[in-house]
Design a protein around this ligand. Structure first.
Ligand code: SF4
Ligand code: SF4
Length: 339
């Protein structure tokens, strides 16, 4: 997790060399590097005795408050003072939900179950790993602002500047608030871990699914009932698909608060037989088609090229695109006929 100086009244000079934290973030999210050590587990704490155990309402309130008030939820020059994200959606999945075994089949055996990643955390702290049924996953959706969505919807080849800033500063913000929550829980004697900021995390090309990571926030959010997948593979939620997602595992029994649709494409017009393909029309490299849905490799090639564009024009070290998530019927809500 990078602590990154936010530029207030000018662009960064020579961002290809000077945006060190941007570079660390980009490499970190591919290779699981440059993250700070996991917060220590307080072996002397007596969870639930000195103060009550956090419950579902605590997580919802804490995430909502952080997004509303945290100083790191902010853009930099030339949008300094604007927030990156709006109020979140929060959901929960049981640690022993059979869907995690399904993910091993659908995504691949490399995708962690909550228990696998928590075992790593527990053993590193010299404690016995909790049982899977004593774990939960907290998942959250952070919707992008109206300004960011409007700008990206107006773009046709490369991401808008607000979108690029959201991709970088928003990811760092997400890691920051999760780290704060995980640190707080570990100090209270509650094991917790954010799998995407550990050395166990890395993204690779897999034979079955192409580019994939061992912890997919999107799949976790689906498991928590927060949304379903669109043709472009973004998760369509009640706040739309223009968002960033986060999730972490806790040694607490939290009750799921949403019903997960069986159909993983329940909120996509095209998949539900209502002609749409607006996302395909937005893609500058035709990486989305009716026949093959989302071509991850073609998308990856385009997104990788955006690094140069963002550096040259926005003076930050980041790649991104998201054109297919903006200016489309599922951008800010579940499309009307499917609500
Ligand atoms: S734009 Fe249309 S086809 Fe594409 S994901 Fe959204 S609802 Fe589905
Ligand atoms: S994110 Fe990928 S699929 Fe979507 S518009 Fe960009 S290149 Fe196309």
């Amino acid at each position: 997790m990078a602590i990154r100086k936010r530029m207030k009244d000018r662009y960064r000079h020579v961002s290809f060399l000077s945006d060190i934290e941007g570079m660390k973030n980009a490499i970190g999210e591919m290779r699981g590097m440059f993250f700070p050590k996991q917060p220590p587990f307080n072996l002397n704490a007596r969870p639930g005795i000195s103060h009550p155990l956090p419950d579902e309402a605590w997580f919802e309130k804490t995430l909502t408050d952080k997004i509303a008030r945290h100083p790191e939820n902010g853009m930099e020059y030339p949008f300094y003072g604007e927030p990156i994200f709006e109020a979140p959606l929060v959901g929960f999945v049981r640690g022993d939900d059979p869907i995690f075994n399904t993910f091993k089949e659908v995504i691949g055996p490399h995708h962690f179950t909550p228990w696998e990643i928590m075992r790593w955390q527990a053993e590193n702290n010299g404690v016995k790993p909790p049982e899977a049924h004593d774990l939960s996953v907290v998942s959250f959706v952070m919707p992008l602002t109206r300004n960011t969505k409007r700008d990206n919807a107006a773009a046709s080849d490369w991401p808008a500047e607000r979108w690029a800033q959201t991709r970088l500063s928003g990811e760092i913000f997400s890691q920051t608030i999760v780290r704060e929550i995980v640190t707080d829980l570990m100090d209270q004697g509650v094991l917790a871990i954010s799998p995407d900021v550990t050395p166990k995390f890395n993204k690779k090309r897999y034979p079955k699914v192409g580019w994939a990571s061992p912890w997919s926030h999107r799949h976790i959010a689906y498991a928590a009932g927060l949304g379903t997948f669109g043709m472009q593979d973004f998760l369509i939620t009640e706040k739309g698909c223009a968002h960033r997602l986060g999730s972490f595992v806790v040694n607490l029994k939290l009750a799921p608060n949403r019903k997960r649709p069986e159909d993983i494409h329940a909120y996509c017009l095209q998949y539900q037989g209502i002609p749409c393909l607006k996302c395909a029309a937005r893609c500058p490299v035709s990486a989305i088609t009716a026949e093959k849905a989302h071509d991850k490799e073609a998308c990856y090639q385009k997104v990788a090229k955006s690094l140069k564009y963002c550096n040259k024009n926005y003076h930050i070290f980041i790649y991104g695109c998201g054109l297919c998530a903006t200016g489309v019927p599922c951008e800010s809500s579940i499309p009307k006929p499917l609500r």
